[in-house]
Write a protein of this length. Structure first.
Lengths: 426, 469
């Protein structure tokens, strides 16, 4: 039995249908991402899906209308690297579920390939609504730490059960080839890549000798059986290996290993990716870029620049813009806005927080744009969504309108007046 | 009055040092003939800052936010001798003045960040650059941040590109008393002294809550909030006694003078109102305790920093004229940062507290204008409408007050130092960038002129194989 596949299957089979409700968002300027903006356009939502998008749609009599006159209508924003749902308070470690610590403590192998974060997801996390009401509807919630961190899942930021949230699982195997993961390779770069190759070799050898392994007739492998099994879709090129790397030469090392094993790669962070943009373009490897990153904060990021995203796109590299945040994932639109300020065309920046991450993580058939048949994750804004003075008017996830309430707004309202009755308010 | 050698003679420093236009010479070479008056002995590390060369300049056609309440469309700002000479719809400019066309652009005072660790936690953030927390004992009031600042921190240049002209560099928050802060001008300099803001008072960094008890909980304490308060109060008791010993000696001159104590000199500076307290504090109840403690010992708190729950006690801050140095939206990283609201700045502002957008971060400092924009939006959601002409004060006039330098900077008013930013558009738009930044009338950064972009020593020759960045 393939454990990771069964988990994924279980999650997807149980995905609940959204409310059988018809919603018509009318009068706004619709930004479908896949096509030109439609002034005075309508987005018709039925049964949790986008039924139609256009200028002159017939609106069914039973449709609930949302007037978006003068407003912008877009797909929900897609945060591609976060721990949302996996942590409540960062420093309260017992609420952190995104990292397997002390992986295999006997030899500290730093490999947690079999670790899928899905079972740790908390649909009732108080962190999720804070970004959801700011227009972030979809996320790749990912593990962290070690050489191979584990499996990430794509989730909608709504639902009462994990099965209702998960879009796809796993969407990528996350790994590190950065200064933060040096311990995995004896504190040397060559050691890290050596270790990564060892693990991949073991996974390949294990797959060829499964029956011998079960009979106890193989050599020892350097990671557990579950990890070896979990790496098979990665070796088959079905599941991307998303590797955090920053120094230009480290990114090139990742590309080299990817070539050796025919891996499908994603570069996470990629602070100096612009310096090796042609290599990335040639290898057709996408990069998850945090735009507001221009400090030589370490010796692996001396080439940090706000123009990273723009330069990568000019070289033809697929780019998703990430906030890299969990508590402040709502800042993804600020990141995209700054990408525009530093040379990326607006359409590209908006695509980098909607359709591009959906494509990179293999869910673009259902997410990332306003097209008939796609899941109805839709946001109505009172202006340009990348502008910080713009406000969210409506958030719809899987066809359901989300109340614009979070713990943060409730505390605000509780203290709107300073009087002693506050303790009796919600 | 100088009743003890530990007293800082701020008035004397201020009088002798404020930014005279210096003779034209090459940038970075202080001119000896412009040396300040004899240094007061209580100022052992005096500022050697001299303004860079400037020419009389007229910035015209832009939207001017004076931070003194006005928004002037198609306005004019005249800079002469490093000072704001005139601001208005039209001003009388002398012949031969350099004219800068700011049509379609915005003009504001330089941005001031009253909470930065640039230089003390410099980039690259390697262990060797970790100079911000003297985490060896919970009270290190004796340390001075200026003795840790590395002037070659590339973060200074990045902050300048974001319009930041003045910064308070604080020690970290590991300790109850972290030490003295220093106020710096954001100018290239070989020495910290060359960046020090002439006349700026010192600050004292205090911290309460999770950080000190986390750092010292297993190292002799304090391990609790009540332990922190006790240690604070014991320190103030010693400071009061030290102040009184000196007062007695000043009066009687009998016997030997008391032995100098660096830690207590700083605390007495606070008691005397010469050193301003910058108090790292997250929770509402803790801010209330710190306020009561200040009453117990007779000192003032100038600003609460971080204040994630400041909105809950905004009336207490207003009553004591304590400013709120806050983030727009940081939260969740620890328990005491849980009860945030994005409306914090707006609510605090509405209550009559001086609201300040601070960074505590080498990236955030570059985009303080954007942080303000987010806080403005959050206010608007609950009907607190903050016009641009007011919000700009969160970045300029209010932090200038918190640092005790509002006589000189923070607004565009005649006589003030000409610290000016020309923005490519409305500063509260995400698409806007600082085009030009002036400090004391000198053009320190121009994003269209590579020769007007400082480069730190650290950034020289980093990429031998690259043609340039």
């Amino acid at each position: 039995m393939n454990r990771s596949h069964s988990l994924a299957a279980a999650l997807l089979l149980a995905a609940a249908p959204a409310a059988a409700q018809t919603i018509a968002i009318t009068g706004g300027t619709v930004y479908p991402v896949t096509g030109a903006p439609i002034r005075g356009g309508t987005v018709l939502i039925r049964d949790g899906k986008i039924a139609a998008v256009g200028a002159n749609l017939a609106i069914p009599a039973d449709a609930r209308r949302i007037d978006a006159t003068g407003k912008w209508v877009t797909p929900g924003l897609f945060e591609s690297s976060t721990n949302m749902g996996l942590v409540e308070v960062e420093a309260v470690r017992e609420t952190d579920d995104f990292e397997i610590r002390d992986v295999n403590p006997e030899n500290g192998d730093q490999v947690a390939a079999a670790f899928n974060v899905a079972d740790g997801l908390n649909p009732r996390s108080m962190v999720i609504p804070v970004s959801r009401i700011a227009g972030v509807t979809t996320a790749v919630s990912r593990p962290a730490g070690g050489l191979i961190s584990g499996q990430a899942v794509a989730i909608d930021l709504a639902g009462n059960r994990v099965e209702e949230m998960v879009i796809a699982s796993p969407v990528a195997m996350f790994a590190n080839l950065s200064e933060g993961s040096r311990a995995a390779g004896g504190n040397a770069r060559g050691g890290q890549s050596m270790r990564l190759r060892e693990v991949l070799e073991d996974a390949r050898a294990w797959a060829r000798n499964r029956q011998a392994f079960e009979r106890g007739e193989t050599r020892d492998f350097s990671v557990s059986r579950l990890d070896l099994e979990a790496l098979q879709p990665v070796l088959a090129g079905r599941e991307p290996l998303a590797v955090e790397a920053h120094r230009a030469s480290d990114i090139q090392t990742v590309l080299r290993i990817g070539r050796e094993y025919n891996l499908k790669l994603i570069i996470v962070g990629g602070t100096e990716a612009w310096m090796v943009a042609s290599d990335l373009a040639q290898a057709r490897v996408a990069v998850l870029v945090k735009v507001l990153n221009n400090l030589p904060g370490s010796f692996e990021s001396l080439g940090a620049t706000y123009e990273n995203a723009a330069r990568l796109r000019r070289a033809g590299v697929q780019v998703a813009i990430t906030s890299g945040e969990t508590f402040k994932a709502y800042n993804i639109r600020q990141e995209a806005g700054n990408a525009v300020a530093y040379g990326l065309p607006w359409d590209e920046a908006f695509r980098a927080i909607t359709l591009a991450p959906a494509q990179i993580f293999g869910v673009a058939d259902r997410y990332g744009s306003l097209e008939p048949g796609k899941v109805a994750d839709v946001v109505v804004w009172d202006g340009d969504p990348l502008e910080l003075l713009t406000r969210v008017n409506t958030v719809i996830i899987r066809g359901r309108e989300i109340p614009l309430v979070s713990r943060e707004t409730q505390l605000r309202d509780r203290y709107r007046r300073l009087d002693d009755n506050r303790a009796y308010r919600p | 009055m100088n009743r003890a050698p530990y007293a800082l003679v701020l008035a004397a420093v201020a009088a002798c040092s404020q930014a005279q236009a210096r003779p034209a010479n090459r940038p970075g070479t202080p001119s000896p003939q412009a040396a300040p008056a004899p240094r007061p002995p209580a100022n052992p590390f005096p500022s050697t800052y001299r303004p860079f060369p400037s020419t009389p300049t007229l910035i015209r056609g832009g939207t001017v936010l004076t931070a003194a309440g006005q928004e002037i469309r198609n306005g004019q700002v005249l800079i002469v001798d490093g000072k704001i000479a005139a601001v208005g719809a039209t001003v009388d400019a002398p012949a031969g003045v350099t004219v800068i066309d700011a049509i379609g652009r915005w003009v504001t005072p330089g941005v001031i960040d009253d909470h930065s660790h640039l230089g003390v936690y410099a980039s690259p953030g390697v262990q060797a650059h970790s100079d911000g927390n003297e985490a060896t004992q919970p009270n290190t009031a004796e340390v001075w941040a200026e003795h840790s600042v590395w002037p070659q921190d590339p973060g200074f240049v990045r902050a300048l590109e974001g319009g930041v002209t003045t910064m308070q560099i604080l020690p970290g928050s590991a300790n109850l008393f972290g030490g003295r802060s220093v106020v710096l001008k954001n100018v290239p300099s070989r020495t910290v002294q060359g960046m020090k803001f002439p006349g700026a008072p010192y600050g004292l960094k205090m911290a309460c809550g999770e950080n000190p008890k986390r750092v010292y909980g297993q190292r002799g304490g304090p391990s609790t909030r009540m332990g922190e308060m006790a240690a604070d109060r014991q320190a103030w008791i010693r400071a009061v006694a030290y102040r009184d010993r000196w007062a007695r000696w000043d009066r009687d001159h009998t016997g030997n003078p008391p032995e100098r104590d660096l830690e207590l000199e700083t605390l007495v500076g606070v008691l005397n109102g010469e050193i301003l307290v910058h108090n790292h504090c997250y929770r509402a109840d803790e801010m209330a305790q710190m306020i009561d403690m200040s009453h117990e010992f007779g000192y003032r708190i100038r600003s609460f920093h971080h204040g994630v729950e400041a909105y809950k006690v905004r009336d207490l801050l207003a009553r004591d004229s304590i400013s709120g140095s806050l983030w727009a939206d940081w939260w969740g990283f620890k328990m005491e940062a849980l009860d945030f609201t994005r409306a914090n700045l707006a609510l605090v502002h509405e209550a009559g507290v001086r609201a300040i957008v601070h960074s505590d971060d080498p990236t955030g400092i570059q985009k303080l204008n954007q942080e303000a924009a987010k806080a403005m939006e959050a206010g608007r959601e609950i009907g607190i409408v903050i016009p641009d002409s007011t919000a700009i004060r969160w970045l300029t006039a209010n932090p200038a007050w918190a640092l005790g330098i509002d006589r000189w900077v923070g607004t565009l008013e005649p006589g003030k130092n000409a610290d000016v930013v020309i923005w490519s558009g409305n500063p509260f738009s995400v698409y806007t960038r600082a085009d030009q930044v002036f400090i004391d009338g000198a053009l320190m950064f121009d994003r269209f002129n590579p020769n007007r972009r400082p480069r730190t020593d650290f950034e020289v020759g980093l990429f031998p194989a690259e043609a340039g960045r």
